[in-house]
Design a protein around this ligand. Structure first.
Ligand code: 4AD
Ligand code: MG
Length: 473
């Protein structure tokens, strides 16, 4: 079967030529003389209408097929492409043939014409891409992934595939999923031995062929090794965090884009982050106009206006210390009282972006004790060259930093934070051999999608969300 996508048919001339369309039925409507079928194939937001004219009577086989058509059925329809008299569509198909490829019985098909709640649709993640909302989200996800590659490829970055299974803990926060080979023989043998000795448990922490291994929390450390060879690199792939947080902004499996640049400092890193976010906004507004119109009208009114403003305004650049002064002025209004040295809570982030600066904020120079070991220490000995990009309505979209390039200082940070120098020998080699100032950041892909689509829950911008209380998928 060689098919044409509905998005291509919808923009072609209604010159009366014969076309065949394939897709899933959204609705069927009948009058005495006419049958209207709306078909969508997911290639675009819009559906195409096929009209069957009963004026001169329809052949029995067509009437038979029409009877089988319900919402969700898959069909193949042939007819002439003509101008549509209906409003809101330029063309329609004056149908002469129809085959129902797969029926979708109304009694059992879970998606009916009415609006379903997002909670209900989460339970049928395998069918939800057939709805308007999830079709639009899926297309945005694909478009944004393309935009990300475009941004970096246009700027001379090389795409590096960092490993998913790794022995290192990039963030040093211990929020890792362990990988084991499920060596049943060993489990049985060691388990039996342990029981015989009266032990309560068996240590399987070295179970990746005899070594400990976990799913990566970030590709940064490995990306750094390639930046120290190719100058500009980025990695873009799934990352995993074993944090049991049930929020609308956290997943256990999420995708992260991480550029890493040699000969870059904190301020160049902020320039890159700002350019990157604005580029993605503009891409969404310009190249995904139809889906964005839907999000603007149905999901978050005013979204397009907001994103247009963000794409054209300068982001605020504020030090953590200055932000703390602003927060302390408003201390009485917060549930969690802010103080110098504390990690910002979501209420603080929202206050800064929505009330004080009223735009995205790049907060930099954080206290060293609340940030990861690899961040470059400032002269003051108290803060590190970290930067978080916070956006209104969402909070943290990006986390990054200039990296500590000095061997002794980095070793000290690793030890001070209770991590083992031996585990990072290869990472420390970068500081032993041809070390250079360098910086990078990570943007959470699902957080970006939340921001661009206006969707409210991170579980709704990834096809199969991995979070506590895992579904069957
Ligand atoms: O701030 P994070 O933890 O930074 C890093 O992982 C660095 N190694 C990045 C780098 O410098 N190369 O995470 C980066 C971003 C966050 O700002 C957030 O957008 C997203 O990743 N993120 C999550 N997204 C969804 N669910 C979670 N559990 C997330 N944790 C972080
Ligand atoms: Mg962070």
């Amino acid at each position: 079967m060689k098919t044409t996508l509905i998005k291509e048919i919808l923009v072609s001339e209604p010159d009366g030529r014969t076309v065949t369309i394939y897709g899933w039925v959204r609705t069927k409507r009948e009058t005495k003389n006419l049958v209207f079928v709306q078909i969508n194939d997911g290639s675009c937001f819009a559906s195409i209408q096929a009209t069957f004219d009963r004026d001169n009577g329809l052949p029995a086989e067509i009437e038979n097929e029409l009877k089988k058509i319900t919402t969700g059925a898959s069909v193949q329809i042939t007819g002439k492409l003509v101008p549509s008299p209906a409003s809101g569509q330029a063309v329609e198909v004056n149908a002469s043939e129809v085959t129902v490829l797969g029926e979708a019985p109304a009694e059992t098909y879970p998606l009916q014409k009415k609006n379903h709640s997002l909670e209900f649709l989460r339970e049928i993640a395998h069918l939800r891409p057939r709805t308007n909302t999830f079709g639009a989200v899926a297309r945005m996800r694909s478009q944004m992934a393309f935009a990300i590659h475009s941004f970096y490829q246009e700027r001379g970055f090389n795409y590096v595939h960092t490993p998913i299974i790794t022995a290192s803990d990039c963030e040093g926060a211990g929020e890792m999923f362990q990988v084991t080979t499920l060596d049943l023989e060993r489990i049985a043998r060691d388990g039996a031995a342990a029981i015989a000795k009266g032990d309560t448990g068996v240590d399987f922490s070295k179970d990746f062929f005899g070594k400990p291994a976990n799913l990566t929390v970030s590709g940064q450390l490995e990306a750094e090794t390639y930046a120290m060879a190719l100058s500009r690199v980025y990695t873009f792939g799934p990352t995993f965090r074993a944090e049991n947080s049930n929020t609308t902004r956290h997943l256990a499996e999420f995708w992260m884009v991480e550029p890493e640049v040699a000969f870059h400092d904190l301020h160049a890193n902020m320039d890159l982050a700002e350019d990157f976010v604005k580029y993605l906004m503009k891409w969404a507004l310009e190249k995904c106009a139809e889906d964005m119109k839907f999000f603007d009208e149905r999901i978050q009114p005013g979204l397009i206006k907001t994103l247009t403003e963000v794409a054209n305004a300068d982001f605020a650049r504020v030090t953590y210390t200055d932000a703390m002064v602003e927060l302390e002025k408003n201390a009485a209004a917060f549930e969690f009282k802010p103080f110098w040295g504390c990690d910002l809570q979501s209420e603080h982030e929202r206050y800064l972006t929505e009330k004080v600066y009223k735009r995205p904020v790049m907060l930099y120079n954080y206290p060293k004790d609340i940030k990861a070991f690899y961040m470059k220490l400032n002269e003051d000995g108290k803060t590190v060259r970290a930067v978080d990009v916070l956006v209104p309505g969402l909070g943290e979209l990006i986390g990054g930093s200039e990296r500590e390039e000095n061997l002794e200082k980095l070793e000290k940070r690793i030890t001070d934070m209770g991590l083992k120098i031996e585990d990072y020998w290869w990472y420390l080699d970068l500081r032993r051999f041809g070390s250079v100032p360098h910086a990078g950041f990570g943007l959470g892909f699902e957080r970006l999608l939340l921001y661009i689509t206006g969707m409210g829950n991170i579980r709704d911008v990834i096809p199969y969300p991995r979070a506590p209380k895992l579904a069957d998928f």
